[in-house]
Design a protein around this ligand. Sequence first.
Ligand code: NAP
Length: 285
Amino acid sequence: MTDRVGIFGYPLGHSMSPALQQAALDECGFDALYEAWPTLPEELEAAVNGLREANCYGANVTVPHKVAVIGMLDRLDPQAEAIGAVNTVVVENGKNLAGYNTDAAGFVEALTTEAGFDPHGKRVLLLGAGGAARAAGHSLAQKGIRSMHIANRTLSRAEALAAELSGLDTEASAIAITSPGLKERCADADLIVNCTSIGMQGSSDEGRSPLPEGVIQDGCLVFDMVYNPEVTPLLVEAQRAGAETLGGLPMLVYQGAAAFEMWTGMSPPIDVMMEAARAAMAKLH
Ligand code: NAP
């Protein structure tokens, strides 16, 4: 009998996960299908319970269900609990559902492996305060950064995240993303991470950068979590300023690779997954 694994979200039309996960399952010789499971909020609980069926490894979870799914699980990994969002569900012992957040691991892996960046002792500017920013913020705090400024459209969300991270012994502060003070924060940063959806193709913010022109300095690394397009307006501006850049595609692959390893117990074929993600992206354009 063919095994099953998939992704819950809505809509799912542009998800890359089916392509990169199926490529990994095939490469490792699993008789398994990774499927897109478009799920409305009112359908989620029944769909999540359906994972307890035989031959199911678990699921990925994406927008808009990463928070709501938490209440439907039997166990939550401590890091997912701290972040407050789950993107991976693993079926344990054929019946128990455990929730993890592999965005955090994927973010750190992309940062260190692809950009060769060691966060220890560094000054960080985080743009955004949603689920992806919370994953990045918590994982950077665990890596011993020197300080973090969090800039968000809704200031109260940035303040809440800054307060949490300060409680973890990280010097953290919040600022509105439109504040004139952002220029100075950019100049001071060793690492700028865009965790907003600004610049994402198909969104109302397509073609835009989250930062005004001329504020990025050379000598810093600019990491844009947005993976479509691969080179976003923020990264174009960063390259023009002479900064190092990293796009969101490697993070997408590494967060998927961490999930694959949890489901299968096998070492993920990163190169195959990266190639499948690039091919899926090319099809979107
Ligand atoms: P989310 O929880 O909905 O948060 C969205 C964030 O973007 C919030 O901080 C929001 O500010 C901000 N934002 C949205 N539109 C804005 C605008 N017009 N002006 C200013 N700020 C705006 O989403 P998420 O899950 O954190 O995801 C954020 C982005 O990261 C998405 O593009 C997603 O695709 C990407 N991502 C990539 C990966 C990867 O593997 N590469 C993984 C996870 C997420 P407010 O708080 O004011 O609403």
